[in-house]
Write a protein that binds this ligand. Structure first.
Ligand code: ARG
Ligand code: GLU
Length: 719
């Protein structure tokens, strides 16, 4: 009995590790490190099919979408799919009261109807190359950091110039393994990217912030765009003469379905992870930074939600702001829980103990003081990082709205204070301010801002020591006897930021004689006083500690590579193209609960609740469900909606292609499950799951829901 049990346990451990593969791997190194294992797990293609400079391959069908997402080509006429939340800005910009594409969805019925997005780009990676030797040319160990940095910067500049000499490509060099390795990326950027289709938000954002970061999930998180090129298929800014871009490769779409255990690969742009940091870093994040920032954001969300519940107009005005605040807030909470459950700090400490005894012997003790240096620097680093983060939360990141807004006048004031008046510049600043003013008042509700301002001013003071307090707190102490409410009341009654017309008027008539008045504005003074501490007390010191920590990270990484010489390590995410592979798999989120690996349309109908905004199912979808009109997208009497797998992903992977063993598109990545979001710091194969939208649901929506089946004609569908 006992023996059987042990074997079973061993077997279980073995299966988990075989199913889940931690890591975000470098495309040009797959042949060397990963392809064999990938093939064992069910991948039926070669490394060259993923990355090659000699043949069309998957990398030619994957793009950076905008500034922080991934997208992939799904037709040879430039059609591209990404997430709804990645296309959100574009969809929103085209929406108005007459055409509310956010609410109703949008489907271009012909190429003429596709919508132009002047600020949107997509970026293809043409090739990458290890340039470590060239970057390090002339650098020696004995140099000080500043000299090293200078040489490295100069070398990088040369490498980039060389790579872009006779072409229209853009190049960049990125550091891997914390400055232990450098890769050159040569990219091609297309600037005419048009909106083709998007489901209504009730589908594309179904479940909203309530379901965000959660499984089971039912969000139809996708949107469609088309890349246009000049007649030579080269990048060109928008022109009516541009034609659909013909990619070297596009993904075929499989509607054969996914079963538990199937191989999956995610190919996209993961943003940031911190896998190799010391335990001191985990302590900082879990014991100090996350809890304090969670607390600040909880206050913000409570205030916003209170007013949203009272007034549907306010709910809409603050929906996007609340979503932005809530996204990281929720992830931070999950991160603490996940690291706790993993016993991550103890695991790191146990690793460090082993590392330390190795370091005593290695290379005359070269790394013997490393961990002690971390211990030395982290207390100061933590206090400055906390100050830096709290100030951002208070002023910049959806913090005090009026105070932040009036801060935009700083530039105008400075332009008038300059020795000679640059009228063109002033005109530009004013035009910009007019834009900002319109945007500000469109989504502004003063009662929320008043409460936010009071609560943030209190939180800032409570969380940080006096040396970080802006001068405005002296005023609050002296003139308001520390009564922050009273101070805020005065601030709002005296500020020039009252209503839009007033502010627009103020901008139009602004001249040198207004400077005094601006300087007296209590909101402006509050902004200036925060800006002053930021610029003079916090930023430079924070940056210095940060750089010292980076330098330690570089050394510690070099040391860990030596210490773990028998392992294949993957570099932290740095928003470069990576491969994550794993398998479709459910998980146990908590004792007594098992989560399946997929969800269906049934679950959408189950969640339907017309009284809860996040769960209002569109009538048309209910109709299709009632008629069981599922066509070829049917699976076991329903339509599959989302699935989970063990791929190691992070922010930036949104919109990434999820492909099966044949390299066919089966899903679009859009999230991670709550119990596994600590994977940015430590991966747990039993709990970490990426969430993907099933391509069958995408095609069902395009075909049956939107009646835009003509879009399927240009896709390659594997049935
Ligand atoms: N959690 C997903 C990702 O980081 C989706 C975010 C957008 N959705 C939302 N409800 N805020 O970033
Ligand atoms: N939604 C995330 C993004 O925008 C992906 C989720 C994650 O962090 O894994 O990239």
């Amino acid at each position: 009995m006992r023996k059987i049990l042990t074997t079973m346990v061993l077997l279980a451990v073995f299966t988990v590790s075989a199913l889940a593969k931690e890591g975000m791997w470098i495309p040009i190194l797959l042949q060397k490190y990963n392809i064999e294992e990938m093939q064992e797990m069910g991948f039926r293609l070669t490394a060259e099919d993923i990355y090659s400079v000699n043949q069309a391959c998957m990398k030619d069908a994957v793009v950076i979408f905008g500034g922080g997402c991934t997208g992939e080509l799904i037709s040879n006429e430039g059609l591209l799919i990404t997430n709804h939340h990645c296309g959100f800005d574009a969809i929103q910009k085209h929406s108005s009261v007459e055409h509310d594409y956010l609410t109703d969805g949008f489907w271009a019925k012909s190429r003429d109807e596709e919508l132009i997005n002047p600020d949107l780009t997509v970026t293809f990676m043409k090739r990458m190359e290890d340039v470590t030797a060239k970057v390090m040319e002339g650098v020696s160990d004995s140099m000080n950091m500043a000299d090293k940095d200078d040489i490295i910067k100069k070398n990088i500049k040369n490498i980039i110039e060389e790579a872009t000499k006779d072409n229209h490509y853009k190049a960049l060099v990125k550091s891997f393994f914390h400055g232990n390795q450098y890769f050159l990326f040569v990219n091609e950027v297309y600037t005419d990217v048009r909106l083709v289709g998007a489901p209504p938000s009730a589908i594309g954002k179904f479940g909203g912030d309530t379901d965000n970061w959660m499984w089971p999930r039912h969000t139809g998180d996708f949107s469609l765009f088309r890349i246009y090129a000049d007649k030579d298929n080269k990048p060109a800014d928008y022109s009516a003469d541009n034609v659909p871009y013909m990619p070297l490769k596009h993904f075929p779409i499989s509607i054969k379905g996914v079963e538990e255990g199937d191989f999956t690969m995610v190919f996209g742009y993961p943003g940031t992870t911190e896998q190799y940091v010391p335990s001191a870093h985990l302590k900082m994040i879990t014991q100090k930074i996350n809890p304090e920032l969670i607390d600040i954001r909880t206050q913000k969300l409570d205030i916003i939600k209170k007013y949203q519940a009272k007034d549907p107009a306010v709910r809409i005005q603050y929906a996007s702001k609340a979503a932005r605040i809530s996204n990281s807030w929720k992830r931070w909470i999950g991160e603490i829980k996940g690291l706790d459950k993993l016993d991550a700090i103890n695991k790191k400490e146990a690793f460090e103990a082993k590392f330390q005894s190795w370091a005593k012997e290695y290379n005359n003790g070269e790394y013997i003081n490393l961990l002690a240096e971390y211990e030395d620097i982290y207390p100061d680093y933590t206090s400055y990082r906390l100050a830096y983060n709290c100030l951002s939360e208070t002023v910049y990141r959806n913090g005090m709205e009026t105070v932040r807004f009036v801060g935009y006048f700083k530039k105008l004031k400075e332009a008038y204070e300059a020795d000679s008046l640059d009228l063109d510049k002033i005109k530009n600043i004013k035009a910009n301010l007019v834009k900002k003013t319109n945007a500000f008042f469109k989504d502004y509700y003063a009662p929320i801002d008043k409460e936010l301002t009071t609560s943030l001013l209190k939180a800032y003071q409570q969380k940080l020591p006096k040396k970080f307090w802006p001068s405005v707190y002296q005023e609050i102490e002296k003139r308001y006897k520390n009564d922050i409410e009273k101070f805020t009341a005065t601030l709002f009654s005296k500020t020039l930021v009252t209503d839009k017309e007033n502010v627009l008027d103020y901008i139009e008539n602004f001249s040198a004689k207004n400077i005094k008045k601006l300087e007296k504005d209590p909101a402006y003074r509050t902004f200036e006083s925060f800006y002053d501490v930021y610029a003079n007390t916090i930023y430079a010191t924070y940056r210095a500690f940060y750089n010292d920590v980076q330098e330690l990270n570089r050394k510690y990484m070099t040391a860990q590579i030596a210490f773990r010489e028998n392992e294949i390590l993957y570099p932290d995410a740095n928003f470069t193209l990576r491969v994550s592979y794993g398998q479709v798999k459910g998980y146990e989120p908590k004792d007594g609960t098992i989560f399946k690996h997929y969800t269906t349309l049934d679950g959408i109908i189950e969640k339907d609740n017309p009284d809860i905004y996040d769960y209002k199912v569109p009538a048309r979808l209910k109709e299709l469900y009632a008629q069981k009109d599922f066509g070829k997208y049917e699976y076991k009497g329903s339509v599959p909606v989302c699935f989970i797998a063990t791929n190691h992903t992070t922010g930036g992977n949104s919109g990434s292609p999820v492909v099966n063993g044949n390299g066919e598109l089966i899903g679009v990545n859009f999230d991670r499950a709550w119990e596994g979001v600590m994977s940015d710091l430590m991966f747990n194969p039993e709990q970490c799951r990426n969430i993907s939208l099933d391509m069958r649901y995408v095609l069902f929506l395009i075909d049956k829901f939107a009646g835009a089946g003509y879009l399927l004609d240009e896709m390659t569908i594997v049935e």
